[in-house]
Design a protein around this ligand. Structure first.
Ligand code: DC
Length: 428
């Protein structure tokens, strides 16, 4: 089964885009907001204030919800099709209020999970990626500026003949956002492994295309990671033993998240040894010349290397690296641009590719210093890989524009110089 989770604030276009994707991929679209709306509607129509927690909880056993999936989702509340009655601004607020009650969320949990058990689904809501389908194949957190979202909702309501103003919709939206994102149970926040997608400037088709392409990439990636793990399990240990690799500072390696490794570059073995020793798949930015050697091309492509043209500022390669980081992968770059055996890091220049990746993705950087005797590779020479402390984005993104890029790469360079000094026993 394939599961796509789309979370995000109201008015980001989750339901329209999810419907479109479901039609294209022949998936079932599950609108989970409708379930909360149905509970809210039930309370309001039975004279129970949505904020009266005890009464709402007491009434839950009588709320009988059935979903039917034809070409759309039909919701029956106690046997009756509620249609658009759950779509009014009053019921939107009621849904938001009841959705903050943990018992209401627990009450609706199985309904949502059971549908996903038996079907390929695209499900939208607030906590699909975090709570309902934590193992979803693709998690998207879809958002847009409050103004763009209010404008869309306003048009939608106007088309349905509702009497309202843009200002009223914006105010209601801001209030609901606050409710939904600050509540204690299952707040509307992106899952750790969700991809953030801002569709303020994308139309419906553009957003659907972006998500479908992300799903295809995600599936390809999952296959690639499986192959990589297989080869890493077979080749990792022999390579480490053959080259006498010692990993120092293992505790600094993060278990998850998109990370950019920046290392000094002494020779062709650097990427091989780093890949053989690092616990997660590492995708190197590799110079394009390597891709013209048939066997090497086969190997590095299989290992997920990203082709880099060093003669230009290769925007395509940087974009690819950024995409991998958004998929929470580990990317590695040698900011020195080419091999620098024997020269101390402090005496070499660093290129700014890493700065672009960091400033576009807001990722953390893991500095690595590769050390061998006289900084040269040779037979039976031990190699030490010094892993530095992870540098969080807050320490990198202090300034914007050109001076910001300089600051980022300087900070990374300093971290590698520090590692070099420690490795050489210059600092205790
Ligand atoms: O997506 P919507 O506007 O139809 O959702 C109505 C309300 O239900 C919304 O204010 C938050 C809540 N909701 C939720 O808490 N969790 C979900 N999975 C879906 C909706």
């Amino acid at each position: 089964m394939t599961h796509i989770a789309i979370d995000g604030p109201g008015g980001a276009g989750k339901s329209s885009v999810a419907k479109l994707i479901a039609a294209r991929l022949k998936f079932i679209y599950v609108d989970t907001g409708a379930l909360y709306r149905a509970v809210g509607y039930y309370m309001v129509s039975n004279g129970i204030a949505p904020s009266d927690k005890e009464k709402v909880i007491a009434a839950l056993p009588s709320v009988k919800i059935t979903l039917k999936f034809t070409d759309k989702q039909e919701l029956y509340l106690c046997g009756k099709d509620v249609g658009d009655k759950i779509r009014t601004p009053e019921i939107s607020m009621a849904a938001s209020t009841v959705s903050a009650i943990p018992e209401v969320r627990a009450f609706l949990l199985d309904t949502q999970r059971n549908i996903a058990k038996k079907n390929n689904v695209i499900m939208d809501g607030r906590d699909i990626g975090t709570v309902i389908l934590p193992k979803a194949d693709l998690k998207i957190f879809l958002f847009a500026s409050p103004e763009a979202r209010a404008q869309r909702r306003y048009e939608e309501l106007k088309n349905k003949g509702e009497v309202t103003t843009y200002e009223a919709v914006l105010a209601e939206m801001n209030e609901r956002d606050k409710n939904d994102s600050t509540r204690a149970t299952a707040p509307c926040v992106p899952a750790e492994d969700a991809i953030l997608l801002d569709n303020s400037t994308l139309d419906l088709n553009g957003t659907a295309d972006a998500i479908i392409s992300l799903l295809e990439k995600r599936k390809k990636l999952t296959k690639e990671i499986r192959n990589y793990s297989f080869w890493r399990a077979i080749l990792g240990a022999p390579l480490r033993v053959l080259f006498g690799v010692k990993l120092i500072g293992k505790e600094n390696i993060p278990n998850e998240g998109g990370v950019l490794i920046c290392a000094n570059h002494i020779g062709m073995r650097d990427p091989v040894l780093l890949a053989a020793s690092y616990p997660r798949q590492v995708r190197f930015l590799a110079k394009k010349e390597l891709f013209s050697v048939p066997i090497i091309r086969g190997i590095i492509t299989a290992f997920g290397a990203i082709r880099l043209d060093r003669s230009t500022s290769d925007v395509g390669a940087l974009k690819k690296a950024e995409e991998m980081i958004r998929f929470r992968q580990t990317v590695a770059i040698f900011p020195q641009g080419h091999r620098n055996p024997s020269t101390p890091v402090g005496e070499t220049e660093f290129k700014r590719g890493a700065s672009f990746i960091v400033s576009h993705t807001g990722c953390s950087v893991l500095p690595v210093y590769i050390q061998t005797k006289n900084q040269k590779y040779g037979l039976f020479r031990r190699v030490k890989l010094h892993i530095g402390k992870l540098i969080p984005p807050e320490q990198l993104l202090s300034r914007e524009g050109e001076s910001g890029y300089e600051a980022i790469i300087d900070r990374i360079r300093e971290a590698i110089i520090d590692l070099e000094a420690k490795a050489n026993g210059e600092v205790k």
